[in-house]
Design a protein around this ligand. Structure first.
Ligand SMILES: Cc1cc2nc3c(=O)[nH]c(=O)nc-3n(C[C@H](O)[C@H](O)[C@H](O)COP(=O)(O)OP(=O)(O)OC[C@H]3O[C@@H](n4cnc5c(N)ncnc54)[C@H](O)[C@@H]3O)c2cc1C
Length: 449
């Protein structure tokens, strides 16, 4: 693939790819970083800079007891070059880490291009490279390369749009109103897989009106112009606008559900389905949506039982190339069928700038460790990085959708906490202690003591 001697190829000079390349080069290995811009531009990018931020200039909360803040603290512990550049180019944004967009990408580009072990190759990659390789071509992977990935993994495991329904924590659902049960469970003895929020006619009508009237996110031109977008998977607000009864005959149909408190079938029902193995997170079935996030909170809190719901993910629908990662990769970010190949970034089903940097870092560290004959890192699920890697490698294959960092992914605490803030604080403390211990135990060039 190249004339100069290299140890690892990294495909894609976005957030995940540049962090991966840096981590590999920092471990004394030679890297070719392949980036197709500016020769070929994905529809959302505007520059030739590495690690371009395609939308917001905010990398999310920097508070230590927020999920995104914890992930940043972990990345700093592991010497992330992108976090260092973000810290150096930060602009005032309260508790969030926002950056001067151009300065950030400029600084990353300058550092990466000047690294003696990194060669940046401005070329579109159209085939899966030979040898140890990290693939991080992102949500807008070029069509030719997407085809090559689809041929390798199987077309049924590569998706081009996400359709995220909001997720709430189980403990924030009011179970004095909601109840467990599956459709026809009373008749057929099925297990109670769902949590059901019953609505009477007036509540249903208010919800439909609110959904129809709520403010929506602006779609990008390339999404609006794509005739396949939303096909077969309508946003809940679009379905609601098709007529008063559309939801009651669709995802909110009450058929086969009896409210144990009244002994009757409700007028409509919102079902929530378990989203993680630990049973701490539940998604609202059929509520994929493009409403603005504050509007989602306002409107969905009108659902009986969700008045005080804690949202760990809001819904969205975007153009997004991603793998059915749990079917294909391990928590080391390695492709199961070819151990020399690693995936990173949004392609693996991780959401958000910082989550993508994190998977780039893990893939980069492990690619370097593989070349050096060291055991690969499987980070503990008490850490946010480890929990994200675990999610994308172990989530439900049938319903896999991208996820951003959130506390619901971490393995549950063993000690009790008084309220949400204390719980988050304990999670964060445990995560950083666990990561420090792990780094100490598995330092580069040294195996478990
Ligand atoms: C329109 C849009 C808006 C978003 N807004 C936000 C936001 O505001 N906040 C947030 O947290 N997240 C946002 N995201 C989600 C995500 O965090 C970012 O897309 C993030 O940049 C993904 O990181 P990545 O490294 O996986 O991909 P990218 O950063 O996109 O990097 C992939 C790189 O690979 C290159 N490439 C693609 N194909 C090839 C090829 N065949 N050969 C060589 N190079 C190739 C691309 O040019 C690109 O530079 C957004 C996503 C999209 C699509």
């Amino acid at each position: 693939m190249s004339e100069f001697q290299i140890d690892v190829n990294v495909v894609g000079g976005g957030l995940a790819g540049t962090e991966a390349a840096w981590q590999i080069a920092s471990r004394g290995l030679k890297v070719a970083l392949w980036e197709m811009r500016p020769l070929k531009m994905p529809p959302a990018h505007v520059s030739d800079k590495l690690a371009e931020l395609v939308c917001s200039n905010s990398l999310g909360s920097d508070l230590p007891d927020r999920a995104s803040g914890l992930l940043k603290a972990e990345l700093r512990l592991l010497d992330s070059v992108l976090l260092a550049c973000a810290d150096e180019t930060r602009v005032p944004a309260g508790g969030a880490l926002a950056v001067g967009r151009e300065q950030f990408s400029e600084m990353v580009t300058c550092r990466v291009e000047n690294h003696p072990y990194i060669t940046v190759c401005r070329q579109e990659v159209i085939e899966i490279p030979e040898g140890v390789t990290v693939i991080a071509t992102g949500p807008l992977t070029s069509p030719t390369f997407s085809d090559a990935i689809a041929v390798m993994v199987g077309a049924q495991y590569l998706y081009f749009y996400d359709a995220l329904a909001p997720i709430v924590t189980r403990e924030s659902i009011d179970m004095d109103v909601a109840f467990e049960g599956a459709r026809f469970a009373h008749r057929e003895g099925q297990s109670a897989d769902y949590i059901n929020c019953p609505l009477n006619e007036a509540q249903y009508k208010r919800l439909v009106d609110a959904l129809v009237g709520a403010e929506r996110m602006e779609l990008r031109d390339f999404e609006r112009e794509d005739p396949h977008f939303f096909e077969g998977c309508l946003p809940v607000e679009v379905l609601a606008a098709r007529g008063r009864d559309a939801l009651a005959y669709g995802p909110l149909r009450p058929i086969g559900i009896i409210d144990p408190r009244t002994g009757r079938r409700p007028y409509a029902v919102v079902q929530l389905r378990q989203d993680d193995a630990a049973g701490t997170l539940y998604n609202l079935v059929g509520f994929q949506t493009n409403l603005r996030w504050p509007e989602q909170r306002r409107v969905l809190s009108m659902i009986p039982g969700l008045e005080s719901a804690e949202f760990v993910r809001f819904g969205q629908m975007h153009r997004n190339t991603f793998l059915n990662a749990p079917e294909l990769i391990d928590s080391t970010m390695q492709y199961q069928s070819r151990g020399e190949l690693f995936f990173a970034g949004q392609l693996t089903g991780v959401e958000g700038y910082v989550g993508n940097i994190a998977t780039g870092m893990l893939a980069g560290i492990n690619a370097a460790r593989l070349v050096k004959g060291e055991s690969l890192w499987k980070l503990p699920t008490e850490t946010m990085m480890g929990a994200l890697a675990h999610y994308v490698s172990h989530a439900d294959v049938q319903r896999f959708q991208p996820m951003k960092a959130n506390f619901g992914l971490l393995s549950p605490l063993t000690q009790p906490a008084r309220g949400k803030r204390e719980r988050y604080h304990l999670y964060a403390e445990r995560a950083l202690a666990s990561l420090s211990q792990y780094i100490e135990q598995y330092r580069d060039g040294q195996e478990e003591k």
